[in-house]
Design a protein around this ligand. Structure first.
Ligand SMILES: Nc1nc2c(ncn2[C@@H]2O[C@H](COP(=O)(O)OP(=O)(O)O)[C@@H](O)[C@H]2O)c(=O)[nH]1
Ligand SMILES: [Mg+2]
Length: 220
């Protein structure tokens, strides 16, 4: 589905740090329009609505949860005379989210700012994250480090590839962007692995159907 949307008035918000929440609450309250809160699952749509009400001294319960799919149908709310609708989130078909049990989601969806985990990897070694993502590289001339950004609760293991049964997983060869430089491997819905492109071959093994993309690193 193609939707021709134009962005106007982009405002950065933080529900937890209360950044710009009061201003948005005032804007919505005094507007003649109605408002739809839309976006991917678990990005904080319902929390935002809760914070907007809180900014006006009202408590709304039962909107927010860590589990995906809490908001299952649009919920229309009356924000002091303005209609505000909380929508269910979108989940990409190829997101890891679709593969995880509720218990795994609790571990793999970050609650806090992520601590970057650094590993040097030699050929024949594999780094596994939460037994969901398995990452390996071929021999490289320099000793390169790889940075892993996943939930702080995720368990990491580094071990020999031959000790690992990867038959249940789909093997994906990473195609780096042309040229050297720092690049990010984005594993849909769950995390990022950052690397320096030195011509080494990189492979990830993922549950079947999860997509991977490579972008110029968004990190400095
Ligand atoms: N760190 C952080 N977590 C947030 C923030 N807003 C929401 N969350 C958490 O993200 C999870 C999903 O929030 P929710 O509002 O239900 O997302 P929704 O699926 O988009 O409606 C919950 O565990 C929230 O506590 C925020 O500003 N900062
Ligand atoms: Mg919600």
């Amino acid at each position: 589905m193609d939707i021709d949307l134009e962005f106007k008035n982009i405002v950065l918000l933080s529900t937890y740090n209360k950044k710009n929440i009061d201003a948005l609450a005032n804007y919505i309250e005094s507007s003649e329009n109605s408002f739809s809160i839309i976006g991917y699952s678990n990005v904080g749509k319902s929390s935002l609505i809760k914070a907007l009400f809180a900014a006006k001294g009202e408590i709304v319960n039962n909107l927010v949860s860590r589990t995906i799919g809490t908001t299952t149908k649009p919920i229309e709310l009356d924000f002091f005379g303005t209609k505000v609708t909380d929508y269910p989130g979108f989940i990409l078909e190829t997101s890891m989210h679709n593969q995880l049990t509720q218990d795994q989601l609790k571990i793999m969806l970050p609650e806090k700012e992520i601590n970057v985990v650094n590993y040097q990897l030699n050929e024949g070694q594999i780094v596994s994250i939460g037994d969901l993502v398995h990452f390996e590289t071929t021999k490289q001339e320099e000793n390169l480090g790889y940075q892993f950004m996943f939930s702080n609760e995720a368990e990491y293991h580094r071990g020999k590839k031959e000790n690992k049964d990867l038959s249940e997983f789909e093997k994906i060869e990473i195609n780096p962007l042309q040229g050297a430089g720092r690049q990010d491997i984005i594993i849909s819905g769950i995390g990022i692995i950052t690397f320096q492109n030195k011509g080494q071959k990189l492979t990830v093994h993922l549950p079947k159907g999860v997509s991977v993309s490579v972008v110029k690193s968004i990190f400095k």
